[in-house]
Design a protein around this ligand. Structure first.
Ligand SMILES: Cc1cc2nc3c(=O)[nH]c(=O)nc-3n(C[C@H](O)[C@H](O)[C@H](O)COP(=O)(O)O)c2cc1C
Length: 299
């Protein structure tokens, strides 16, 4: 029987598009063609970025301010599966992804439809995923799978290398010393395995157990330390975003946020993590396990 599958996403460098291409390979081999749509904002975000433009998007990302999208054509009025690719920007869904999630036509399509979410992040995807999940559930979608790929290098290293990539547009070794930024080529190619897990679910329209299988195969990158940092940063980013968006001289305050971010990441986070490791974590096993389940599972 024919199946109607839509893969819809935004990508600047093409990384997320490549991840999705691998994911859908098993579908296409099985004779289920996938309709691919890359959304584009009316005023797109030029890639590579400049430092100033990069930080300028922070308040709108965090405050979920949408941007207008170019109208996109869809062949069908309903789908058997929607694959939604989104990326994290400032611990939030990127502005194009968030704009899609607020698009009335797209929300109409989501109702009662199985959805698999896919992200290719630096390493902090949890807050963004939580917001994507809330938006999907709010639109009546059935979230049946989540895949979160990351740059596996240590947090400070990937912070440096992603800036090289974002500012120069080249996914290569910064100064010939640092590792290649972003999701590793092998991890991108491995996404095909996750598509193969989803294929029988699509065939039989039975999605129960997919996420469990995806987790077993390592489809969701999880690190306690990053979950800890994201949990602390969530409220702080919101406070900064509200504060800056209310200022007339945003440039100065965005520069202040940039320095805050550097200090928080390279000094604040290690200190807080050390305090946590000594005084809080050993006594919070149950709470941490529940939090982890919340991000790895779909409800
Ligand atoms: C403005 C901006 C902010 C970002 N913030 C985050 C973040 O908070 N967490 C994260 O893991 N990755 C972050 N990234 C990396 C993206 O999630 C993504 O990995 C990268 O932009 C490549 O995606 P692409 O497919 O759109 O090229 C950010 C990227 C940009 C451009």
């Amino acid at each position: 029987m024919d199946k109607k599958v839509l893969a819809i996403y935004y990508s600047q460098s093409g990384q997320l598009g490549e991840i999705i291409e691998y994911f859908i390979k098993p579908f296409e081999r099985a004779g289920f063609p996938v309709e691919k749509v890359r959304i584009t904002p009316v005023t797109d975000y030029p890639f590579p970025w400049t430092g100033e433009r990069f930080f300028r998007v922070m308040p709108d990302c965090v405050l979920s301010v949408p941007t207008a999208l170019q109208s996109f054509t869809l062949k069908e009025s309903s789908y058997d599966l929607i694959i939604l690719g989104y990326q994290a920007w400032f611990l939030s869904p990127s502005i194009p992804s968030n704009s899609l999630l607020q698009n009335e036509r797209f929300r109409g399509l989501l109702k009662d439809t199985p959805v698999i979410t896919i992200t290719g992040a630096r390493n902090m995807w949890m807050n963004a995923f939580d917001r994507v999940r809330q938006a999907l559930l709010g639109a009546g979608a059935k979230l049946v799978g989540n895949i979160a790929l990351v740059d596996r290098h240590p947090n400070p290293i990937s912070f440096i290398t992603i800036f090289h990539w974002m500012m120069h547009g080249r996914k290569d070794k910064y100064l010939n010393i640092f590792p290649v930024p972003g999701v590793a080529a092998a991890d991108i190619a491995h996404t095909e395995r996750f598509g193969a897990l989803a294929l029988p679910c699509l065939r039989h329209n039975d999605w129960s157990g997919l996420q469990r299988e995806l987790l077993k195969q390592g489809a969701v990158a999880y690190k306690y330390k990053l979950m800890f940092i994201e949990a602390r940063a969530r409220g702080i980013f919101l406070a900064w975003a509200k504060f800056i968006s209310a200022r007339r001289k945003k440039r100065t305050w965005l520069a202040a946020f940039k320095y805050y971010l550097l200090i928080a990441l390279f000094l604040g986070a290690p200190v807080l993590l050390a305090v946590d490791a000594l005084f809080i974590k050993p006594f919070s096993t149950k709470r941490i396990k529940a939090k982890k389940q919340y991000y790895l599972e779909l409800h």
